[in-house]
Design a protein around this ligand. Sequence first.
Ligand SMILES: CC(C)(COP(=O)(O)OP(=O)(O)OC[C@H]1O[C@@H](n2cnc3c(N)ncnc32)[C@H](O)[C@@H]1OP(=O)(O)O)[C@@H](O)C(=O)NCCC(=O)NCCS
Length: 333
Amino acid sequence: MSLLDEIKAKAAKLKKTIVLCEGEDKRVVEAAAQITKEGIAKIVLIGNEAECKKVAPDVDLTGITLVDPLTSDKTTAYADMLYEARKAKGMTEEQARAQAKDRTMFGALMLKAGDVDGYVSGACHSTANTLRPGLQVVKTAPGIKTVSSCFLMIAPEKHEYNPDGVAVFADCAINIEPTAEQLADIAVSSAKTAKAIAGIEPRVAMLSFSTKGSGNDDKFTQTVPKVQRATALAKEMAPDLALDGEFQFDAAVAPEVGQLKAPGSKVAGNANVFVFPNINAGNIGYKIAQRFGGYMAIGPVCQGFAKPLNDLSRGCSVEDIVATVAVTALQAE
Ligand SMILES: CC(C)(COP(=O)(O)OP(=O)(O)OC[C@H]1O[C@@H](n2cnc3c(N)ncnc32)[C@H](O)[C@@H]1OP(=O)(O)O)[C@@H](O)C(=O)NCCC(=O)NCCS
């Protein structure tokens, strides 16, 4: 069974309720029907029947709960909740009443209220517009200040440098130039995702162009000391986690290089979770693995929220939406 099939099968057992915010999108309506038919999750679809029928006339909506923020009897209570959450930031009651009718905000408020277990959106909204409601009202998990993302990288076949057949790469999509504190949060959240979604025992490598002080960029970006500080902070946050750095990629995955450059490290040479120093490195890195290495990338999986929210790519397929809902259900466990 592929990892994706395992994730769907695990999700089906959990019977979580996930809100899909974009009932105006044909792919989302089709995915909602497929998820319901396969029993992967219970779906709340934000939209109304006439609109869903217009974009996807042949789709059977049986078993899907449709909710329209313009007519829902929950909208007023959600507006009150939004006002309470944002009044200190200057939001007025009138603004809260208007914003609660926005579909992505309505979905985030459903999640905050506990009326659903997870949130998936982004098929027709940008990353910022998809995540902002979650950042504003759902906020971060205890002990974590940074929402981040990772990709589950599935190998075309098992390899001596990736015996698990799967790796986690972070952060390739949200935090552009993370601080040491944010990198530490990304590392701890990625380890949690690796265990919960990829089903692997995490061994986290904090990546750089330097291994244990071999390189120096003091005159330039000062990335090496940042990664060193992040490594120390992450070790303090999660003392039982197998985590080490800073490592070049080969020192992180190749036992012979790891032993040479970082003797005694439990992570060097056998890492399976890779924390990149910034979004440039992470985004380029996962695309190299995808295009040159034939890896399949599942994600970005958002992590660090108090409750699970995930962002779809605007180019997503129906299958991508189904997979993202299954991942979200596992995060809700
Ligand atoms: C995450 C992101 C979407 C947030 O953008 P934004 O909405 O402009 O964020 P803002 O700076 O307005 O912040 C909104 C709130 O979220 C919080 N926030 C922003 N980023 C956060 C993060 N990574 N973790 C936790 N909180 C965050 C802010 O503190 C702020 O909270 P407040 O309003 O309660 O004070 C932004 O970092 C981004 O655009 N990242 C790159 C995304 C991208 O282009 N990816 C490429 C795809 S491959």
